[in-house]
Design a protein around this ligand. Structure first.
Ligand SMILES: [Fe+2]
Length: 902
C-alpha cells in the first residue's frame, strides 16, 4: 500500500515515542497541580460545530447541544500487525475484519476528561468516533480519527477503545495531534479484545502517573473499575482473551487421571508451603479432587502472552518446540532410556557428531525453529541434534576434573549463592538424631588440621573466616529414603568443606556423604578427602560427582526456579490487581515483570510437571519440586532476597560503612558478589531517585491505599503461607519502599541472570555438573561384582554414576534454549519507558542509571583482565561475565534482562 499523507505524518512523528519530546508539565511533584498537568486542551479554540458520527451512550444531550467552541484533534492509533500465528492472517475472520476496515467501522474511540463536569458532577466524555484505517508501515497499521473537542472539555485523562473487528488487536500507542503542546503519546502495548468477545470497552490512561489520592476526579471511577475488572470474581475457567489476574495453589503439576503414579501433592498451604501461581480455573481431576486437570494451552492473562508480536515469542516457541516435540521424540526413540555413556569419547560426540534423530516429519520443522540444535545432514534424509562446544570446554577440556575449578565455581559458577561461612565447630545438623543419626559431622578436627596445618589452627581458621561449607545435609537427608525407592537414582545428605587459601581461592578439604537408617539398613556416612593414591582419587572424584548432583538440583530447583521464577509470580499478580496502570510504582515495576507468567506457565506444563524434564533428570526424581517447597518453608525470606542481606546472612560479607556498597566481603575475590553489588547499587540508586518524586514524605506512602493493598496482598495472599513471619519489611517510609522495590527488581534481573544464562556453558559438558548421581558410592555396601567393577575399571563406575544418555541429551537440549537471549531482549537500563520520558528529572535519573550500567560493563571487563583475581581470570578460566548488563542475541553467557523471560 502506498503511504498516505497521514502515514508521512506518522513516519515523522509517531514511529517511535523517543522522537517525540512531549512538552508536558512536571507531573512528579504529586499534590502540586497534577491534574492541570495532564494533557492540556487549549482554552482558546476555533469555533466549529461538533459533528457526530455516532451518538455516545455516555454523553448527555444537553452537554452536546451547548457546545459552540471547539478545537480539532487528530487521534492516531498504532496497531501492530501480528506475525507468525497460524490463524492470524487466514480464514473467514480475517476476511470479515478486512471488510470492517474498508467500511471504516474498525475502532471506536472516546476521549475522557480528567475532571468531572463542574456543573453536573458527571464524567465528561466525547462522543464515540470511528477510527478509520489510514495507512501502514512495516508491521504497524494506523487508524485515524478526527475529534472536535469543546473548549470547556479541559484536560484529557483517558481514552476508551472498542474493537469492532472479530479478532483481537494489539495496540501499541495512541497519539493525539492538534494540541498546542505538540503531539501527545499514550503508551498502550496491550491486546484489545473484540467486542464480539466482550462489550466492555478498554481504557487507557494518559502517560501522567498519579497516586490514588491525587487521581483527577474524572478518572477515579475508571481507575477503580479497571482494577475490579483485572481482579475478576475468582469463578469459572479463564478464557484466553481474559485479562484476569488471580491466585491459586500449585495443584496442576500431577496427572492422576492418566496414571495414579503421576499424582503429586498440592504445593501451597500448611502442609507444603509455596508461593501462589496464576489461577486458571480448569476443572479438577477425577482421581484427585484437589488437583486441576492438564491442558495443552495454559491460561495466562492476555497481555502476559506476547505471542505473535514480539520476537520473545520465538523464545517461548523455541522452548515449546523443544519440550513438546524434540524431547518427546528423543524419549520415544531411545532404545534404552537407562543406558549410560560407555566411554568419555561418547560424551564428546554430543558436541562433535551429534545425536542422529529419528526420521520423523517434525525434524525438518524443528531444524527451521532451532537451527542451532537441529541440523540437517546433506547426505542423509534425517537430521542430527548437535550441540555447540561450550566455552568452558573450549578453554580447558580438563577443567571439570580439577578441585580448584570445582571450588571456583562455588563463587563464580551458576550457583554462587549457596556457599556459606563456617561459624562453629563441629558442623552440626538440626534434624532429629533419633531419625537421622548423630547431629555432629564426622569431618573431624584432625582431618582438617592435617590439611591446613601449614597455615593456621582450626580455631584460627574459624576466627579468621577461612572455612566455608556447601551444606546439603539437612535439606536432602529426609528425602534419601524415599528417593532410594525410585528406579535409576540415589541420594545422600552432603557437606563439602572448603578452606580459603592465601591466594584468595578456595580449596576443598572434605566431602561427607550420609545415608540415614532406612529399614534394616543402618545409618551410614563417610568422609572423603583429596587423595594421592589411586583408589582414594577415584572415590574423591565419585564423591564430588554426588555433591555436584546435589548442587545442580539446588541450583535448578531453588536458586533458579524457586527464588526467581516462582517467587516473582505473586509480585506480578499483586501489581496488576492492586496498582492501577496509572500508578507510578506499577510503571516502575512493569518492565521487570513482563514475560514471566508465560514462561512459568510453560514450566508447569513441561518442566516441573509430573514426569517432566526436571523429575526425569534430577536426583530427587518425583520429589524434586516438593523439595523446593521444603526449601521455601525452611530457607526463603523476602528480606534475604536483597543481595547485601543474603551475603551477610551467609557470612560472606559484613557491614562496613567505609567500604563500597557498605559491605566488606569476606572472600575479596567473589565475582558474583562483587559484580552483583554493582548492579544492586545501580538499581537502588535509580529507585531512590524515582521514589521521592511521588512520595516526598512518608505519610503519602502510608495513605496510598493501592500501595498498601499491594504489599498486604503480596505478604498475605501471594506468599500467604509465610504471612505471619516476622521478617517481612514494613512499608511506611520511602526507604522501606526503596528497599522492597530494589529487592524485587534485583531478583527479576540480576539474580535471575546470574543463575540462568551460564547454564549451557557450565552444565552442557555434564561431567562438570551432572544433574543426577544414579548409583551409590562403591564403598557403601557394594556387592562383590560392583566392587570388582570399581577396582577394575573405575572410569566405567563414574560413567554409570553420571546421567544416562537420554537424561544428558534432554538436559543439554533444554539448557541450550534456556541460556538463550532473544534478538529483541530488553536489558536492564536499556530502553527508557514512555512514561519516564515526559519528566525531565525522571528522564535524567534514568539516563544516570543507563550510564552506570555502561560503566559496569567496563568495570567487569577490567576485573576479568586482572590476573590477580584468580577466581575469574587466569589460564583456561572462563571470565565471569554473567552480570555484564548487555549482550547480543544467542547463548552468550552474559547480559542482564529487565525481567525473567526464559
Ligand atoms: Fe530462568
Amino acid at each position: 500500500m502506498m503511504l498516505s499523507k497521514t502515514n508521512n505524518f506518522l513516519q515523522s512523528h509517531c514511529l517511535t515515542t523517543q522522537t517525540l519530546p512531549p512538552k508536558l508539565h512536571n507531573h512528579f511533584r504529586s499534590g502540586e497541580g497534577n491534574v492541570s498537568s495532564s494533557i492540556p486542551i487549549p482554552r482558546r479554540s476555533k469555533q466549529r460545530n461538533l459533528r457526530l458520527r455516532r451518538a455516545s451512550t455516555g454523553v448527555k444531550a444537553s452537554f452536546l447541544t451547548q457546545i459552540k467552541k471547539s478545537t480539532s484533534v487528530k487521534v492516531v492509533i498504532t496497531v501492530l500487525e501480528t506475525v507468525g500465528g497460524p490463524l492470524s492472517h487466514l480464514g473467514i475472520e480475517q476476511g470479515l475484519d478486512g471488510l470492517t476496515d474498508l467500511l471504516g467501522r474498525t475502532l471506536q474511540v472516546e476521549l475522557v476528561a480528567a475532571e468531572l463536569d463542574e456543573k453536573t458532577g458527571e464524567e465528561k466524555v466525547t462522543p464515540q468516533y470511528f477510527a478509520r484505517k489510514s495507512g501502514e508501515h512495516k508491521n504497524e497499521i494506523y487508524y485515524e480519527s478526527n475529534f472536535e473537542i469543546p473548549h470547556d472539555f479541559g484536560v484529557i485523562g483517558a481514552i476508551k477503545l472498542e474493537n469492532e473487528h472479530r479478532q483481537e488487536m494489539f495496540v501499541k500507542n495512541i497519539a493525539l495531534d492538534g494540541l498546542p503542546s505538540g503531539i501527545i503519546n499514550i503508551h498502550c502495548d496491550s491486546w484489545i479484545h473484540s467486542q464480539h468477545d466482550s462489550l466492555e470497552k478498554r481504557v487507557f490512561f494518559s502517560n501522567t502517573s498519579y497516586l490514588p489520592s491525587q487521581t483527577p476526579s474524572g478518572l477515579r471511577r475508571l481507575r477503580e473499575k479497571e482494577l475490579v475488572a483485572l481482579q475478576g470474581d475468582g469463578e469459572g475457567e479463564r478464557k484466553n482473551s481474559d485479562r484476569i489476574y488471580d491466585y491459586d495453589v500449585y495443584n496442576d503439576l500431577g496427572e492422576p487421571d492418566t496414571d495414579i503414579d503421576l499424582a503429586r501433592p498440592v504445593l501451597g498451604g500448611p502442609e507444603h508451603p509455596y508461593p501462589r501461581r496464576c489461577r486458571t480455573g480448569r476443572p479438577r481431576t477425577e482421581e484427585d479432587p484437589l488437583s486441576e486437570s492438564k491442558a495443552d494451552d495454559v491460561y495466562v492473562p492476555r497481555d502476559e502472552s506476547f505471542s505473535q508480536v514480539k520476537q520473545a515469542t520465538f523464545q517461548a516457541k523455541t522452548v515449546y518446540s523443544v519440550v513438546h516435540a524434540l524431547i518427546p521424540s528423543l524419549r520415544t526413540y531411545a532404545t534404552d532410556p537407562d543406558q549410560g555413556f560407555p566411554y568419555f569419547s561418547a560424551i564428546d560426540n554430543l558436541f562433535n557428531e551429534g545425536v542422529h534423530l529419528p526420521d520423523i516429519p517434525t525434524t525438518g520443522f524443528l531444524g527451521n525453529i532451532i537451527p542451532r540444535l537441529v541440523r540437517s545432514i546433506s547426505d542423509a534424509s534425517n537430521s542430527v541434534l548437535r550441540f555447540e562446544t561450550p566455552e568452558f570446554v573450549d578453554r580447558d577440556r580438563l577443567a571439570w576434573f580439577r578441585d580448584a575449578e570445582f571450588a571456583r565455581q562455588t563463587l563464580a559458577g551458576i550457583n554462587p549463592c549457596a556457599i556459606q561461612l563456617v561459624t562453629e565447630w563441629p558442623l552440626k545438623s538440626n534434624l532429629d538424631p533419633d531419625v537421622y543419626g548423630p547431629a555432629e559431622s564426622e569431618i573431624s578436627r584432625e582431618l582438617v588440621e592435617q590439611d591446613i596445618r601449614g597455615f593456621c589452627t582450626l580455631e584460627d581458621a574459624i576466627k579468621q573466616k577461612k572455612l566455608f561449607v556447601l551444606d546439603y545435609h539437612d535439606l536432602l537427608l529426609p528425602y534419601v529414603g524415599k528417593v532410594r525407592e525410585l528406579k535409576g537414582t540415589t541420594l545422600y545428605g552432603s557437606r563439602t568443606l572448603f578452606f580459603l587459601m592465601p591466594s584468595g581461592t578456595l580449596r576443598p578439604l572434605a566431602i561427607e556423604l550420609t545415608r540415614p537408617k532406612i529399614g534394616d539398613k543402618p545409618h551410614w556416612n563417610k568422609v572423603f578427602t583429596p587423595s594421592w593414591e589411586p583408589t582414594g582419587i577415584w572415590l574423591w572424584r565419585l564423591a564430588k560427582s554426588h555433591v555436584l548432583a546435589h548442587d545442580s538440583g539446588y541450583h535448578q530447583l531453588i536458586s533458579h526456579w524457586l527464588r526467581t521464577h516462582c517467587c516473582v509470580e505473586p509480585y506480578i499478580i499483586a501489581t496488576h490487581r492492586q496498582l492501577s496502570a496509572m500508578h507510578p510504582i506499577y510503571r516502575l515495576l512493569h518492565p521487570h515483570l513482563r514475560y514471566t507468567m508465560e514462561i512459568n506457565a510453560l514450566a508447569r506444563q513441561a518442566l516441573i510437571n509430573a514426569n517432566g524434564i526436571i523429575e526425569s533428570a534430577f536426583s530427587p526424581g518425583k520429589y524434586s519440586i516438593e523439595l523446593s517447597s521444603v526449601a521455601y518453608d525452611l530457607l526463603w525470606q523476602f528480606d534475604l532476597q536483597a543481595l547485601p542481606a543474603d551475603l551477610i546472612n551467609r557470612g560472606l560479607a559484613v557491614e562496613d560503612p567505609s567500604a563500597p556498597h557498605g559491605l566488606k566481603l569476606v572472600i575479596e575475590d567473589y565475582p558474583y558478589a562483587n559484580d552483583g553489588l554493582l548492579i544492586w547499587s545501580a538499581i537502588k540508586d535509580w529507585v531512590a531517585d524515582y521514589i521521592p518524586h511521588y512520595y516526598p514524605e512518608a505519610s503519602l506512602i502510608q495513605s496510598d491505599t493501592e500501595l498498601q493493598a499491594w504489599w498486604t496482598e503480596i505478604k498475605t495472599v501471594g506468599h500467604g503461607d509465610k504471612k505471619d513471619e516476622p521478617w517481612w519489611p514494613e512499608l511506611k517510609t520511602p526507604d522501606d519502599l526503596i528497599g522492597i522495590l530494589t529487592t524485587i527488581i534485583w531478583t527479576a534481573s540480576g539474580h535471575h541472570a546470574a543463575v540462568n544464562f551460564g547454564q549451557f556453558d557450565y552444565g552442557a559438558y555434564f561431567p562438570n555438573r551432572p544433574t543426577t548421581a544414579r548409583v551409590p558410592m562403591p564403598t557403601e555396601e557394594p556387592s562383590l561384582e560392583e566392587k570388582k567393577k570399581f577396582l577394575e575399571r573405575p572410569e566405567a563406575f563414574l560413567l554409570e554414576t553420571f546421567p544416562s544418555q537420554l537424561q544428558a541429551t534432554v538436559v543439554l537440549t533444554i539448557l541450550d534454549v534456556l541460556s538463550n537471549h532473544s534478538p529483541d531482549e530488553e536489558y536492564i537500563g536499556g530502553q527508557i519507558q514512555p512514561y519516564w520520558e515526559d519528566n525531565k528529572l525522571i528522564k535524567a535519573a534514568f539516563e544516570r542509571f543507563q550510564g552506570k550500567l555502561m560503566e559496569i560493563e567496563g568495570i567487569i571487563d577490567a576485573r576479568n583482565a586482572d590476573w590477580s583475581l584468580k577466581n575469574r581470570s587466569g589460564a583456561g578460566v572462563v571470565p565471569y561475565e554473567l552480570l555484564k548488563p548487555f549482550s547480543g542475541p544467542g547463548v552468550t553467557g552474559k547480559g542482564v534482562p529487565n525481567s525473567i523471560s526464559i
